[in-house]
Each structure stands twice: as structure tokens, then as C-alpha cells.
Write a protein that binds this ligand. Sequence first.
Ligand SMILES: Cc1cc2nc3c(=O)[nH]c(=O)nc-3n(C[C@H](O)[C@H](O)[C@H](O)COP(=O)(O)OP(=O)(O)OC[C@H]3O[C@@H](n4cnc5c(N)ncnc54)[C@H](O)[C@@H]3O)c2cc1C
Ligand SMILES: NC(=O)c1ccc[n+]([C@@H]2O[C@H](COP(=O)([O-])OP(=O)(O)OC[C@H]3O[C@@H](n4cnc5c(N)ncnc54)[C@H](O)[C@@H]3O)[C@@H](O)[C@H]2O)c1
Length: 475
Amino acid sequence: MSENATNTETESDDAIDRGEVFDLIIIGSGSGNSIPEYFDDWKIAIVERGVYGGTCLNVGCIPSKMFVLPADKAVDAQTSAKLNIDTQFNGADFAALRDRVFGRIDSISEGGRDYRANGSPNITLFEGTARFTGDKVFEVAMNDGTDLVTISASKVLIAAGARPVTPPIPGLVETGFHTSDTIMRLDALPDRLGIIGGGFIAVEMGHVFSGLGSKVTLMNRSEGVLRGFDHEISERFAEVFGERVDLRYGHVPTQVSRLDDGSIEIIVGGESVIVDELLVATGREPNSDLLEVRAGGLTCHDRGTIDVDDTMATNVEGVWAIGDIANNYQLKHLANAEAKVAFWNIAHSDQEPRRQSYKAVPSAVFSNPQVAHVGLTEQQAIDQGIPHKVGKRDYAGTAYGWALVDETSFAKVIVNTETGLIIGAHIIGPQAATLIQPIIQAMELDTPAATIAHDVFYIHPALTEVVENAILEAL
Ligand SMILES: Cc1cc2nc3c(=O)[nH]c(=O)nc-3n(C[C@H](O)[C@H](O)[C@H](O)COP(=O)(O)OP(=O)(O)OC[C@H]3O[C@@H](n4cnc5c(N)ncnc54)[C@H](O)[C@@H]3O)c2cc1C
Ligand SMILES: NC(=O)c1ccc[n+]([C@@H]2O[C@H](COP(=O)([O-])OP(=O)(O)OC[C@H]3O[C@@H](n4cnc5c(N)ncnc54)[C@H](O)[C@@H]3O)[C@@H](O)[C@H]2O)c1
């Protein structure tokens, strides 16, 4: 055991059953599973209630992007006439695609589980649902129905993530619906798919299913889709995406019911929408309630995320929290970064703690068109009274954009005119998630916009010239 880990037996309260005592308990096997090797001599418990490996691996980022790629190819095949080639999309073997994706993923999850259950001598895997019963004490309701197990530790890492919200729409629960947890496991492509929501999951899955051949109707509460994004981006996204998907805005569905022929009727904005399958993607709520974190003395924000500082420490000494249960971004690259910070600080309490930066947290929406963002929107810059200049470049204004025959994609960069630093960037179009990377670097490292525009090469005629030119326009 690391010299920094303390034995809880010394601090145990005789009145409380602390059960088996560990050096470290980790709740959740998603980002919580990335345990550095300097923990090899710690006695560790991992508690996982679901499929091993968490959201990103099993039902999130990875399978969804393995579906997005074939959908992108299908859309390309249907839109190639502008490139003077004659290609067709003749349909998808959805069951084979599903089996390929999950054949890969399920075995990785099983391998990860087996490694922790049988191949890691210092680790005990508890497969069940943990809840706090006291300070760093948990009761675990085992999935196999055996007795409740009590465990405790001197240090705890909470990485218990979030789960899909079920909106209170009359008839929804009785009718039955899919979430992102189940929609990718359908047996066949539905002829008609309804999607309630208009955020990341709605537009990514809307692209997947419409691209592969379903008729998709997306019903969003707000006026438009991707409303948290820069206005120009969300408006352009809706224009382009709306050519493939029936977008209904500004209403919460008021009734969902199952019809005699097995189809599903959704009443939205006073109109009837009839579909074969329904996906609900109206946000994800932190699992802090399942964990009964308040019984462990932890404080939470209104939305249920656990209060943490930038060292990932909670208000209770010896308890850290990371990922979707601790931040409102709900992004895997952030959960991974927070895990690194938390694990380091847990094992090195005698050193100055490492801190997570939130200066330039980027995100990308892997729909079609693709969208990427980092930093402030133009409206946020205005609202915050920051003196700024916006630079914008259409893909069509660069050589590679001509090759793509692109008419809808652009990059937008916002520079603080007092500091010369980039404060926001927004890209819509092919490879947006990759193109934004130099700007993430510049923002995180405080590299002036002029420096990254003038002092480095951008390969000609690559799409990165879009970013170079957008920055130049903002100087
Ligand atoms: C469809 C979809 C696509 C996504 N795509 C992207 C993407 O492209 N890029 C990106 O950055 N992010 C994406 N995300 C978000 C990303 O998946 C999450 O931000 C990330 O996985 C969160 O990791 P985590 O470790 O905090 O939680 P999780 O990976 O959710 O792990 C939490 C684990 O804790 C377990 N658990 C919960 N409560 C308890 C309890 N009481 N006892 C025991 N175990 C418990 C859960 O079963 C779960 O396995 C996507 C999410 C979804 C749903
Ligand atoms: N590419 C990625 O990084 C990626 C992909 C998927 C998910 N995620 C993460 O997962 C999180 C959850 O995704 P999400 O799409 O479920 O949530 P979201 O917060 O992105 O979007 C929720 C949407 O549901 C709408 N909504 C809420 N209640 C509604 C109702 N009753 N009727 C109709 N519409 C309603 C909202 O207007 C909003 O458009 C995201 O915040 C994101 O961080 C990330």
C-alpha cells in the first residue's frame, strides 16, 4: 500500500459496522476503471451495478460513433452527384451492423470485467448497487440477490455517472420507449423513428437512423436544435439536417400511446406523429440519488451533481468525485482528465494537489453535418461585455472546400481584442471535431491568436486552411 494511504481501522467508529475495510473504494467502472499502476499495492474495491466499463464503452461514445460512420458513408453515397460520380445507397443490414459493433464492444467489456474480477490480486469487484450508509461506508445490494454487503475505506472515488431522464409525458412509460441504452440494439431498422429531444443524442441518433434509411421525426421542446451552441451554428445545422429529418420545434409532446397495429402515436403541438419506434433523449441526470450521497455527508448542486473543487475533492475529506456525477459537461474526455487528477491526488496527499483546468473544454456533435465547439459563443461574448472580433470562413472559401463542393460549412473564431487571445471557436462541417484541435491547444496554452495564425504552417490544401483563415479574419 502507498505510504499515503491510511488504514481505516484506526478511524473506525465502534458504533458503525464498517464491514470489510479497503484502502480505496471506487464506485463505477467507467472512467473509474482507469486505475494507475501506482495503486498496485492498494487494497481496492470496485463497485459496479451495470455492464462493466460504463457508458462510453457500452452504450455511449464508442458504439454510437461506430454507427455514425456507416451512416456518414450512406449519406455520402446519396449526395455524390455533385461530385459527378454516380453512387447509390441500397440499404443497410442493421442486424449485421449491430452485431459487428457490439461483437467488438461486448468482448472488451467482458475482458475488462474478467481482468478486475479474476486478474487483479489487489482488487475486489462487487457487482451490485452501492449506497452510502455513513462516512465512507457503503452497503452494496448485490446483483445476484445475495446478502447486502457492507464495505468501507479511508478513501473513496465516486465515478457513478448519469442515466437518461424520463420526461413526465402522459402515456410514455406505459407505451414503452427506447433510450440511448437500447436503441442501438434494435433487431431491425425501423421504417419510422420518433425522437423526443434536440440535443447531442437526438441529432446523432437522428443522423444514424435517417442516414441508414429510417424516416425520422425529431420533436424538441425548444425552438430549434442544439440550442446551447452558437446561434449561427445551430441555425445552419437545422437548415442542413432538416433536409433529411422532419424537425418539430417548440412543443413538449402531450400524449404517447400504442395503437392497435403496434405503432406509436405521439401528440405534439396538437398534431399526431405515428412511428414504429420511439427514442427519448431529453438529457441525463447524475446517479447521486441512487448512491444516497447525502448519507455520506456530501453536498450536491441543484441538478444533483456532487460538489467538487478543481482537485476533484468533495466537501468530505477522503472522498473525490469525477465525471458525469461531478460536472455538468457530461463528456468523456473531461471525465478521463478528471480521473487522472483525482487518482493522482488520492495517492499523493503529501504533495501539492493537481488541478483540473476547465478553461477550454471542447465538445463535438458527431451528426451530419458535424459540429465542434470550444469556449464562448458570440452571444456569450456580447452578454459578458468582452471586446471581441469575430472571424468567419466558409469551407467554400478554401481550396479543399472547392474539392468538397461544399456550400454550407464554416468555421467561426472569436478573439478578445484586448488580450489577443481566442475566447471561442465554432465549426460546422466535415471533420469539425478534428479541425478545432489547434484552437483548443491555443486556448488552453494562452497562445495569442496572431501567433497560431502567423507563426505555424497549415498544410495546403488541407481543410485546416479553413481554421487558419477564420483566425486571420478575427485579427
Ligand atoms: C449515446 C451517448 C453518446 C455519447 N457520446 C459521447 C462522445 O462522443 N464524446 C464524449 O465526450 N462523450 C460522449 N458521451 C458522454 C460520455 O459517455 C460520458 O460523459 C462518460 O461516459 C461519463 O463517464 P463516467 O465515468 O462519469 O460515468 P459512466 O461511464 O456512466 O460510469 C458510471 C458507472 O457507475 C455505475 N453506477 C452508477 N451508480 C452506481 C451505484 N450506486 N453503485 C454501483 N455502480 C453504480 C454505472 O452502472 C456505470 O457503469 C455520450 C453519452 C451517450 C449516452
Ligand atoms: N458527442 C458527444 O460528446 C455526446 C454525444 C451524446 C451525448 N453526449 C452527452 O450526453 C448528454 C445527454 O445528451 P442528451 O442529448 O440526452 O441531452 P441534451 O442536454 O444534449 O439535450 C436534451 C434535449 O432534450 C430537450 N428536451 C428536454 N425535455 C424535453 C421534453 N419533455 N420534450 C421534448 N424535448 C425535451 C431539450 O430541449 C434538449 O434539446 C449531453 O449533454 C452530452 O454531454 C455527448
